[in-house]
Design a protein around this ligand. Structure first.
Ligand code: 5AD
Ligand code: SF4
Length: 476
């Protein structure tokens, strides 16, 4: 997760990972991930499947036998970045005609066979629910066939697979608790690329978290597109058709949180993403009840205008969002809050934009990820509303909210001055190996002199200085 207020596209950097294989084969995989945390978690599943087949990973694509890009389709520029990256592989393919290039994830799902036909560089196309098929698809491609599987599943959760932790610091790990999304926000391509919502068996989630804890990890982040909608019914029963009895025996998100929190008080629990329309008080109460469930919520608002929220099909109004914020402040005082905001959505007027600004002023989010609206093919908005806010107006409005958020982040961070914060150490600070960095429960980065502390320790830090997004202090 990000400590700074920034536009999320800036952090959509491809990240290659390296791990040694368990078995011996000389095949090397270069795997690069784009987009959200869920994609990074999926790459750990992909690595697990291929390492079981004897692959090891490399961080130099020139050395690879197979290159996979795990892609994002959420905005047009995320896709452009992947297309540019594919061009980088042209020369590698010329030098090594046996080299296979595959596109995984949301962009693969969105473009399907178009990818194989248009992009001569791509040999393999695999959607987010078909990763178990990867070894077979690689074989097909090795035999000279174009290999594709973009079938979406109603059941797949990869529950039985143990992710290979890629690029891990050994302290924080992601655990995917559900897949897909049923919400159909009108701007969003995710329901088309990741399919129907399904919740993963809580036993397998708890087992994964326990295993991580035993291996020394001290923080897990439970991931889903809408975690508040998590409901495990066993037997694949549909939420809408449950009887009262079935509902009572189903596992809710609040109950799942409790089960994970009970593994050990030294295991911090985070989760993302919450949805304002589904976030109930029982979840907030569970966060308040357990010290190790972090007081931090990522609650995307998208817009401060009820008219725009209605067009976005978000299922709540400005007033509802403000009421949920009031509930958070009542039940979890001092909770860290971050959000997502889209600016320049179809028909957004200056007045709608001012509503977003006034909402930001009244809530004062700790962090915000802010985006210009990017029209996505097949979405409800694309079919129904013209993308009629000009690029200039979008970027001017975006600059305004980014500037406001910078001020707000500074104000929120400074509130931490003169207080003691519980910090889970994640490693050295970016600037110096004499300093350690970690986060407080509210997800703010805290930096302090290392003393005898190390990664994975909990340290109480008295904060004496700060920048807009970082607290600086000393262990007490
Ligand atoms: N244009 C711009 N931003 C988008 N998001 C989702 N779809 C779009 C789009 N078409 C943003 C939302 C979401 C975050 C993950 O990405 O703010 O919460
Ligand atoms: Fe997209 Fe809305 Fe689902 Fe989030 S909740 S993934 S924005 S459709």
């Amino acid at each position: 997760m990000n400590s700074e207020t920034k536009i999320i596209d800036e952090k959509l950097q491809g990240t290659p990972f390296m791990v040694d294989s368990k078995n011996s084969t000389n095949k090397k995989l270069f795997l690069e991930s784009y987009g959200c945390q869920m994609n990074f978690a999926d790459s750990e599943i992909v690595a697990s499947i291929l390492m079981d087949k004897g692959y090891s990973t490399t961080d130099k694509f020139e050395d690879a036998d197979v290159i996979f890009l795990n892609t994002c389709a959420i905005r047009e520029n995320a896709e452009l970045r992947v297309r540019n990256r594919l061009n980088d592989f042209k020369k590698a393919k010329k030098n090594n005609p046996k080299l296979l290039v595959g596109v995984l994830g949301c962009m693969a799902e969105r473009l399907k066979s178009q990818f194989l036909e248009q992009e001569k560089l791509v040999d393999i196309v695999v959607g987010p629910d078909a990763y178990r098929d990867l070894p077979g698809l690689i074989e097909e491609a090795e035999d000279g066939h174009k290999a594709i599987n973009v079938i979406l599943s109603k059941e797949e959760t990869y529950a039985d697979l143990t992710p290979v932790r890629l690029g891990s610091n050994g302290v924080n790990a992601y655990i995917s608790i559900m897949r897909g999304c049923d919400n159909m926000c009108s701007f969003c391509v995710v329901p088309f690329t990741r399919g129907r919502e399904r919740s993963r068996d809580p036993e397998s989630i708890v087992a994964e978290a326990k295993d991580l804890f035993e291996k020394g990890y001290r923080e897990v982040t439970l991931l889903g597109q809408n975690v508040d909608s998590y409901l495990y019914t066993g037997g694949g029963l549909k939420k809408e058709t449950l009887t009262e009895e079935q509902k009572a025996s189903a596992v809710s998100f609040a109950q799942l949180l409790e089960r994970v929190a009970l593994i050990d008080p030294l295991l911090r629990v985070r989760y993302s993403t919450s949805h304002p329309k589904d976030m109930t008080d029982d979840v907030l109460e569970m966060v308040a009840k357990y010290h190790n469930i972090c007081n931090y919520i990522h609650l995307p608002v998208q817009s401060g205008s009820s008219r725009i929220l209605e067009m976005m099909n978000r299922g709540y109004t400005r007033e509802w969002y403000l009421e949920r914020m009031a509930a958070i402040n009542r039940i979890i005082p001092g909770c860290g809050i971050s959000t997502d905001i889209i600016t320049g959505f179809c028909s957004e007027t200056e007045e709608d934009h001012q509503q977003t600004i006034s909402l930001m002023k009244s809530i004062q989010f700790d962090y915000a990820y802010m985006f210009s609206y990017s029209e996505r093919p097949k979405t409800l908005a694309e079919r129904k509303y013209p993308d009629d806010v000009t690029a200039e107006v979008k970027s001017r409005r975006l600059a305004e909210i980014v500037e406001l958020q910078r001020t707000n982040s500074g104000i929120k961070t400074a509130l931490g001055l003169g207080k003691v914060h519980e910090v889970l150490v994640e490693g050295f600070s970016k600037k110096s190996d004499d300093m350690l960095m970690g986060r407080n429960p509210q997800n703010t980065v805290v930096v302090f002199p290392k003393g005898n502390y190390k990664k994975g320790d909990y340290v109480n830090v008295m904060v004496t200085k700060c920048t807009t997004s970082t607290l600086i202090g000393e262990a007490v």
